[in-house]
Design a binder for this molecule. Sequence first.
Ligand code: FO1
Length: 319
Amino acid sequence: MNVTLLAGGVGGARLAHGLDLALGAAPANASTQTSSPAQALTVIVNVGDDTELHGLAISPDIDTVLYTLAELNDEDRGWGLRGESYATLSALKDLGEDTWFTLGDRDLATHIVRTARLRRGDPLSAVTAHLAASMGVRPRVLPATDDHLATLVDTPSGRLGFQEYFVGRQHADAVLGLHFEGADAARPAPGVLDALAAELVVLAPSNPFLSIEPLLAVPGVRQALTDAPGRRVAVSPIVGGQAIKGPAAQILESLGHEVSALGVARIYAGLVDVMVIDERDANLAGAVADLGLTVHVTDTIMGGPPGRERLARELLALA
Ligand code: FO1
């Protein structure tokens, strides 16, 4: 089965891993990309979080997806590499640089390779394919766009760059609005629109505003999802009125949405056929169905690889 996942960072990466396992990937190893059945999975990743620090191009969500699929990630934090060291960050601090964004020594190698290849003119999609192959990642990992797209966050303190808001200020500011700089002129990366014609298209339990909206803001993507011929399924990132991770609950509230799986379903109505909500929210199933959506109630908390694979298998069955 062909499956396409729209993903942000940690939640998207975990579901990508589950789908990869469910579609029958052999354990990841650092060999070249093969034509295993897992290539039936395409992950389209948000690039609105991308930033430049210390002269390096950093794509946090792409790296979270790659590291998780390669089983190299730090499971506790959700981002970055397992068993990292921070000698370079410490040296940068000694040189008077800002080090609020935690970059491990091995993670820095990824950013160095990305930056070097972008500078010589390779598009981000080609650089990402190279990194994926080097890490033994079999699913196709595509940036939403190869063009500039930056999520800017309007707060009572003014407009902030995404990582300044998210990491620098620990997403403590109220979010008054979002601006996707460059989105109007951005083009979907090669393969993105075709991938939305998959038999199953899944919106990951990622932040609807910070992760999924920037993907849909790339011209053509929202329309392709609206017209998608396959089964379109969204997994709620809100469980029991709280975000599984990150500031999704605060943002829903400050932008005037109900902080619940129903609030998320209202945002996705028209874009998906099936809404997957957690069993803790089973009482909302009727109201979600009233939006014209098929409702699937299950345990959506993925945890480790077995939980990811279990949820993924349920999603595959929905197609
Ligand atoms: N998230 C943090 O909360 N603090 C960090 O210092 C941090 C560093 C970092 C470095 C590389 C990387 O790929 C991701 C990193 N993240 C960090 C995660 C990331 O900023 C956010 O989780 C995403 O942008 C939101 O999806």
